[in-house]
Design a protein around this ligand. Structure first.
Ligand code: ZN
Ligand code: ZN
Length: 240
């Protein structure tokens, strides 16, 4: 059975000596159940024969990273749970996820290199390495007739949804898009654009779509502080 370390933490929480009030104990157990469920489902998706589903497993792992992410870690830190137990919980998440991540990583690595998708009419997509859906869309638009065209690049950010580019930098990107090599397009965007290409995981060297990143925005009231994206293999980067 997968997620043994998390199951042990769950039993421990239920044994009642966690020092948590009943309501909070319930909240902890339910979150740990959610994490166990994510790992079990990812495990099942990868063991599905004859067609293991990398896309399903990756989505479950992204959910795991979201549910055990910054928001949750802050909640745990502010709870009366002792630091030792909080650390046990963190370790249990890591060690429960490890075997799945190893397998998922190998399966992602075996997939064919994805190429830029030509959508016609000046539109392109960079396919997600886990599911093939567009992780980034790039579309030529003209705000009004006679105005010079711009290339609108999508973003994972909930704040800056689209980033336009124009002029010579845009023409260079279009040449690279027509050549079809995703990594070359991403490299150019990262070199020349303030927001870069936020769907790129630098460790995996792949792009993933919104379903396959855990995206956590941090707000302080209505003020956006930062947004973080964690890929299905657990690599986090700040996106704005
Ligand atoms: Zn995807
Ligand atoms: Zn990654």
């Amino acid at each position: 059975m997968a997620a043994e370390p998390l199951r042990a933490v769950r039993d421990d929480l239920l044994s009642g000596d966690s020092g948590l009030e009943p309501d909070m104990q319930k909240a902890f157990v339910s979150r740990v159940d959610d994490l166990i469920e994510a790992i079990d489902s990812a495990d099942k998706a990868l063991s599905r024969l004859p067609h293991p589903s990398v896309a399903d497993a990756a989505a479950k792992m992204a959910h795991l990273f979201y549910a055990s992410g910054r928001g949750w870690r802050r909640y745990v830190a502010e709870s009366p749970l002792s630091p030792e137990r909080a650390e046990e919980l963190r370790t249990a998440v890591r060690s429960s996820a490890e075997p799945i991540l190893g397998y998922l990583g190998r399966m992602l690595a075996q997939r064919e290199t994805v190429r830029v998708t030509q959508r016609g009419d000046g539109a392109y997509g960079l396919p997600c390495a886990a599911c093939g859906a567009d992780a980034v869309t790039l579309s030529m638009t003209r705000a009004s007739p006679g105005v010079s065209p711009q290339l609108v690049v999508s973003s994972l950010s909930p704040v800056t949804v689209f980033r336009p580019m124009t002029g010579p930098r845009m023409n260079d990107v279009i040449k690279l898009l027509d050549a079809g090599v995703v990594e070359a397009v991403v490299h150019h965007l990262r070199e020349t654009q303030p927001g870069g290409c936020d769907a790129w995981c630098e460790v995996c060297r792949r792009v993933y779509c919104k379903t396959h990143f855990a995206i956590e925005a941090q707000w302080s009231g209505s003020w956006h502080e930062a947004t973080y994206a964690t890929c299905p293999l657990g690599h986090e980067h700040e996106i704005d």
